[in-house]
Ligand binder design. Structure first.
Ligand SMILES: NC(=O)c1ccc[n+]([C@@H]2O[C@H](COP(=O)([O-])OP(=O)(O)OC[C@H]3O[C@@H](n4cnc5c(N)ncnc54)[C@H](OP(=O)(O)O)[C@@H]3O)[C@@H](O)[C@H]2O)c1
Length: 230
């Protein structure tokens, strides 16, 4: 049985990933900061019982990684998907966004995932995949951030930190490391004009993650398996 961790599993893409892995027979550690407020996680708990382990944790707290390792109770993870993210200030303007808003955006989207990844990689099983949900908005080459420059910059920062970490690990890295683009998806963040549903994006993401197991690749890849330029 695969042991899978989904960080940011209360709703949207993260909840969809938790559901998909549970339906595939995995044991899922679903990390959410307020699981009691997630009807989706409650429904999954009823449907899947013991195979769903809900871990209550705000990923921006200093102790988040240690709390998650404690909750794993020695279990080695075959897949860890760090999905939590925020859009940041609605105006997305460097001139008007507050220091606190920008700090929270970059901390949530770039710093916290790397902190968690760097702790969790010591808890991975053989042939594991560690995926971090980024966005094509973070691609410098594609430059798609005209309407969302702060959010795009936070995902560029995430990608940069991932690349630096991969370089630091070098040949010592014995797991697959993926920056994942889920497509533009109908969620609270993606809005209802998005062309994809969670039910369309998530099976693609799962297929990409599963195909990458054991490859030890480091890639920026979308839900269809296509490489996204950095
Ligand atoms: N939707 C899209 O079109 C799209 C496109 C490209 C990339 N993405 C990326 O995909 C990921 C998921 O997005 P989504 O569309 O599913 O967004 P969403 O519906 O807004 O869900 C965001 C998730 O992140 C969690 N989260 C945020 N900050 C957290 C924290 N400090 N601790 C714990 N959990 C936290 C939220 O938990 P709460 O319920 O507690 O707030 C929620 O579960 C994000 O990284 C996003 O940037 C989305």
């Amino acid at each position: 049985m695969l042991n899978v961790l989904i960080a940011g599993a209360s709703r949207g893409i993260g909840l969809g990933l938790a559901r998909a892995y549970l339906e595939g027979g995995a044991r899922v550690f679903a990390v959410a900061r307020n699981p009691a407020a997630s009807p989706g996680l409650k429904e999954l708990a009823v449907q899947h019982g013991e195979r769903l382990r809900v871990v209550t944790c705000d990923l921006n707290t200093v102790s988040a990684a240690d709390e998650i390792v404690t909750a794993l109770n020695g279990v080695r993870l075959d897949r860890a998907i760090l999905n939590a993210g925020i859009y940041g200030p609605a105006a997305q303007d460097v001139a008007t966004a507050s220091e606190a808003e920008i700090g929270q955006l970059f901390f949530t989207n770039a710093i916290s995932p790397l902190r968690l990844a760097r702790t969790l990689h010591t808890r991975l099983a053989r042939d594991a995949v560690l995926g971090v949900v980024s966005s094509e908005m973070g691609s410098l080459e594609l430059s798609k951030g005209a309407e969302s420059p702060l959010y795009a910059a936070s995902k560029s920062a995430l990608n940069s930190l991932l690349a630096s970490w991969a370089a630091q690990l070098g040949k010592a890295r014995d797991f697959t490391l993926l920056a994942l683009h889920p497509g533009w998806v109908q969620t609270d963040m993606g809005g209802d004009k998005a062309p994809l549903t969670v039910e369309q994006s998530v099976p693609g993401l799962v297929a990409v993650v599963e195909a990458a197991a054991g490859t030890r690749d480091f890639r920026f890849v979308d839900y269809k398996g296509e490489t996204v330029p950095w």
